[in-house]
Design a binder for this molecule. Structure first.
Ligand SMILES: [Zn+2]
Length: 365
């Protein structure tokens, strides 16, 4: 069960990419502040910064996402059973970024989401499953995509989340009490989307996140834990939502993040690790929030993500020629959105929702 809980906001734990778990080699950032830089590009192969002939296979990705929903018996579907609500968020957000969410029957999705709610107010990963903040955020985000947050009993959902804040400001993920800065982000993001952020002690929540900041400028899951790009996204986004970005040393963190770009153009999550498309989201969104995204080579990253597409059947994988999945398809497309790839809707780096959806929630437009 514990591993299931890691799936939505811990990039490396679907069976096909468990290879990245468990190592804890020492950090090696000191003295290595030499990020890859964009080289001026005058080649006529490029139009608007994007190389011709290497294109996002948007239509194939739409078909791939729709096909995953229909295949109930294959390996990916079985693996996804317990976290179906996270899978639905990844797939539906991708469709929205591609401008195709209209092909989905929103009433069917909304009615299924409501069936995943537990009497405590929290949501399970599927009907009849135990509630956890990981699934609760996905439920709120999916309803936000369809402009249906109003179907929720806001008090009931928000009280569930509020009840998970601990005395030190941290958040537990569910009634079993595991504490992690991922859960701080989820709680803060969820409550902000519900307009209920004032129901928690924000000052203490921020103080706890800041206590997880490391000397390298990054953040870990608990105080003293190693910096990791996924965790950095959670902490930076939580600080962004609460108006606390001044707590970050943007240059120091910016260096650590842009050092994640490797020769192939892809990004890794920690020093000495292989690149993986999902870090296109975790690293890029963080760099965007601290206004340092121009410190990486955007063209090389675009090429890396496009190289990870299954150009026949659709879908995006962690690395070129690996098997595709919905998780990496979402993070690939979301990364391209942050890179302003033509034809994609813009995504908000903190709420992980299309910008128009976020504007509708906060500005009513
Ligand atoms: Zn990955």
């Amino acid at each position: 069960m514990k591993e299931d809980l890691y799936l939505s906001l811990q990039p490396d734990t679907l069976p096909s990419f468990r290879h990245l778990i468990g190592s804890s080699e020492p950090l090696s950032t000191a003295g290595a502040l030499t990020p890859l830089r964009s080289e001026a590009n005058s080649s006529s192969d490029f139009i608007n910064g994007y190389r011709m002939g290497e294109e996002l296979e948007a239509e194939k990705h739409v078909n791939y996402i729709l096909s995953v929903e229909k295949k109930k018996d294959d390996f990916e579907s079985v693996v996804m059973e317990h976290i179906r609500i996270n899978g639905a968020y990844w797939g539906l957000t991708t469709l929205d970024l591609l401008g195709k969410i209209g092909v989905v029957d929103s009433e069917e999705v909304v009615s299924w989401i409501l069936k995943c709610q537990h009497e405590s107010g929290g949501f399970g990963g599927n009907i009849g499953h135990d509630p956890h903040v990981l699934y609760t955020l996905s439920a709120i985000q999916i309803l936000a995509l369809f402009d249906k947050i109003n179907v929720l009993d806001i008090d009931k959902v928000s009280n569930y989340i509020v009840g998970l804040q601990n005395e030190d400001g941290s958040f537990s993920g569910d009634m079993w009490g595991e504490v992690d800065t991922r859960f701080s982000y989820i709680a803060i993001c969820s409550l902000a989307l519900l307009h209920c952020l004032d129901k928690i002690n924000v000052e203490k929540a921020v103080k706890y996140i800041v206590s997880c900041k490391n000397l390298d400028g990054g953040f870990g899951c608990t105080p003293g834990a190693e910096s990791h790009a996924g965790q950095i996204f959670c902490c930076v986004a939580a600080l962004a939502i609460t108006g606390s970005l001044h707590q970050i040393d943007k240059d120091l963190l910016g260096w650590w993040l842009c050092e994640r770009q490797v020769k192939s153009g892809g990004l890794n999550g920690r020093p000495e690790k292989l690149p993986d498309v999902c870090y296109s989201w975790w690293v890029l969104s963080s760099l965007t929030m601290i206004d340092r995204v121009h410190w990486i080579d955007k063209e090389k990253l675009v090429k890396y993500i496009l190289d990870c597409q299954d150009k026949e059947k659709g879908g995006i994988s962690d690395r070129p020629d690996d098997a595709v999945d919905v998780f990496h398809t979402y993070f690939g497309v979301a990364g391209l959105s942050l890179l302003e790839y033509p034809g994609l809707k813009a995504i908000d780096p903190a709420y992980a929702l299309p910008v128009d959806v976020v504007n509708r929630i906060f500005f009513g437009r």
